[in-house]
Ligand binder design. Structure first.
Ligand SMILES: NC(=O)c1ccc[n+]([C@@H]2O[C@H](COP(=O)([O-])OP(=O)(O)OC[C@H]3O[C@@H](n4cnc5c(N)ncnc54)[C@H](O)[C@@H]3O)[C@@H](O)[C@H]2O)c1
Length: 382
């Protein structure tokens, strides 16, 4: 199943690591550590193989992929030997990267993006193209009457208003080009009534939001533990320190608010109440792509006895995120091939703020994912 993986933000750290990783897996230069779709419970014939994946994408930046890979290798995010061994393959992918369209109305820009997606699918004779947003996090957009339904949206896009934030313009173009869409960021993406209705009309599946790779991943394991033991969590405070492009973006208050919101949801929804405390994200340039999270949890047990727990997470953000981008592309392609339409709550396992998923518990999400992939491999799940 030849599958295009079209990355919005294709020259960013997560995208570059996903491309290098996908090419290295195809060439047999590395193993699939970190790719959950290669676990025995999920592996199977419904998923495109790594050799089936063809990469392309959009970015506003112009730094060549080979340079981005070298920089990530120098920062310790990926092995230098891979950046060196894959120069020819990365140069070939460069041919399928496009600058983000500018000028004209938003309808013109969406049409240009959709045309590039269709041309990519035709050029490589792909069965389908999955569009994955790994672009910089955006602030939440102002509401607009054009968000309400497809007709209002089309009329508004032809005007002079900036109706959609960039993530949603790419989502709209993806849907118009018949491509499933995955949002790995907390940005709005397809989460607007007009876009959800359009995806349903076009028979497309979609998934999101915001990859779960660090502090929230740990929270989604620990919070159910406190709930199941009937321990009362009184406060849960976290401080996240990160550098890199994502850290720089999150230094901007609007983007920071979007991310913090998405990180806190797991607690209220798992515990059934919101403990005191909050999550903070601070930009520390020197940390590069390596993130530190410190969490302090205070809780009460039998007879009100107070206790506390602390944890520290030192993660390499892109090394944690990139294999999940490959997993999501493979699973969403298989869901599309099986005829699935609309949101894919079975992929909640991957996200901090999953669409249409009643649970944030990692173990429950895992079981749902295993059942889903089993059905896909058995020729069902449509
Ligand atoms: N790394 C993780 O563990 C993780 C986890 C969850 C979510 N995310 C999200 O993934 C995204 C990417 O993270 P990153 O570390 O690669 O960030 P990054 O800053 O390295 O990359 C973002 C890329 O998006 C590009 N971009 C910005 N605006 C664009 C536009 N309008 N059109 C096309 N491209 C555009 C930038 O030029 C850049 O190359 C962020 O939104 C981040 O919040 C990352």
């Amino acid at each position: 199943m030849r599958t295009g993986v079209w990355l919005v933000g294709a020259r960013g750290s997560v995208a570059t690591t996903a491309i290098v990783g996908g090419l290295a897996l195809r060439a047999g230069l590395t193993g699939p550590t970190g790719c959950v779709t290669e676990l025995p419970d999920l592996r199977g014939p419904a998923l495109p193989t790594f050799a089936d994946l063809v990469f392309g994408g959009h970015d506003v930046a112009t730094t060549p992929l080979t340079k981005r890979a070298e920089a990530l290798a120098a920062a310790g995010v990926l092995p230098g030997r891979l950046a060196a061994a894959l120069v020819a393959d990365l140069t070939a992918v460069e041919e399928d990267l496009r600058p983000a369209p500018t000028g004209g109305s938003q309808a013109d820009r969406a049409a240009a993006i959709a045309a590039e997606l269709t041309a990519f699918r035709d050029r490589h004779r792909l069965d389908r193209v999955v569009v994955v947003n790994v672009s910089a996090t955006e602030p939440a957009p102002a509401t607009h009457p054009g968000h309400a339904d497809p007709d209002a949206l089309r009329a508004a896009l032809a005007g002079t208003d900036e109706v959609l934030p960039p993530s949603s313009l790419y989502a709209y173009a993806a849907v118009e080009a018949g491509c499933p869409y995955v949002d790995f960021t907390p940005s709005t993406g397809l989460r607007l009534p007009a876009l959800a209705a359009l995806a349903a009309q076009r028979g497309l599946p979609y998934a999101g939001h915001d990859g779960k790779t660090g502090e929230t991943l740990v929270k989604s394991v620990l919070a159910p533990m406190f709930a199941m033991r009937n321990l009362a969590v009184r406060s849960w405070s976290g401080v996240n320190l990160l550098g890199g492009g994502d850290g720089a973006t999150l230094a901007e208050p609007g983007a920071n608010a979007a991310k913090v919101d998405s990180k806190q949801r797991v607690l209220g929804e798992t515990l059934g109440y919101v403990p005191q405390g909050g999550t903070r994200i601070d930009y520390v340039e020197d940390l590069g792509d390596f993130k530190t999270a410190w969490d302090l949890i205070t809780f009460a047990g039998f007879l009100g006895t107070g206790m506390r727990m602390e944890f520290t997470w030192h993660g390499c953000d892109s090394a944690l995120a990139a294999p999940l981008v490959l997993d999501l592309a493979r699973l969403t392609a298989a869901a599309h091939a099986a005829g699935r339409v609309g949101p894919l709550p079975e992929l909640a396992f991957f996200f901090k703020d999953p669409i249409d998923s009643p649970t944030h518990s990692l173990s429950t999400q895992w079981q749902r994912l295993v059942d889903f992939t089993r059905e896909l491999h058995a020729g069902g799940a449509g």
